[in-house]
Write a protein that binds this ligand. Sequence first.
Ligand code: ACO
Length: 326
Amino acid sequence: MSFVKFLGIGSAVPEKILSNLDLEKMIDTSDEWILSRTGIAERRIVEPEVATSDLAYEASIKALEDASMDPEDIDGIVVGTITPDYIFPSTACVLQSLLGANNAFAFDVLAGCSGFIYALHVAKGLIQGGGSKNLLVVGAETVSKIMNYEDRTTCILFGDGAGAAVITTSDTPGILSSCLGANGDGGEFLYMPAGGSRMPTSEETLKNGSHFLRMEGKEVFKEAVKALQSSTLEAIKLADITPDDIDLLIPHQANYRIIEAVRKRLKLPEEKVFSNLDRYGNTSSASVPIALDEAVKSSRLKRGDIVVFSAFGAGFTWGASVVRWQ
Ligand code: ACO
């Protein structure tokens, strides 16, 4: 069986900044409350005419350039997103058309904030199964489009962005392990009630805001801490390494208190945990690949290092992956 490695990485965030001070003018909150409870100072928000595929396109072009590849070299595109351009066709198909990736199959993965880790796991399997060589794996979101900016318990948390990676076959191990998990019983704690077959969009759903994201923050928080800790430990065990071998942990950027709980459980020093939460908030599926791109560009992650990704999201879903960075 062949190994799989990362060949290129890229990310894109909108220019427009929504700061805590801006939010103070919109809802009953304060910069101090948001910073101390979440670690978030600002987030990026797209303009109304920008869709998820537009950010995915920008990030993908950068990842392809980084990999020295043309869109035609890509065999398949897997996009993790909870904010697709449409319910159908998939955002991956929209992206395939934008890129002119004429030799690629394309599909979306819907796994909440674990979308990129799920997409990576699936793409790795497709390569190791022998059917594919070069795959584009993307996490892209415009969470602002499903946000109720009158709900202070959710709108302070999320932002928009995209990250993309080209992965390919390798003679030496790159992705050392990955594992996924889910617990559908947690679905009611983080979801968007309307717009699907259970509750199609109607005048009523628009009136009561059922097409916005809803979350029971406390329930999500507890489960996030547990699942991030256990899945990270599972991926480490599968890769046959110990926490001491980790050079950098890139956790899902949801809340610094969640990240701290995972860091302490793994007994990692602060400098071994990457965070850009203060600048982007929670960008859902895009959070891990944006952080990965920044870690590489800022030389926090170097060739030969062991990096661990872990994520948790709506579903509930979770997943982790250990990679030797090449
Ligand atoms: N500003 C000021 N006060 C607020 C705000 C706000 N923005 N939001 C809530 N409060 C108030 C509450 O009303 C409450 O007031 P009360 O005591 O009078 O009732 C008080 O602050 C405390 O609220 P809590 O909900 O207990 O605050 P907590 O410390 O739990 O923090 C938070 C809330 C930040 C949402 C936290 O629960 C959290 O981060 N949860 C996880 C969220 C998450 O990561 N979600 C994404 C997962 S991934 C995905 O797939 C999308």
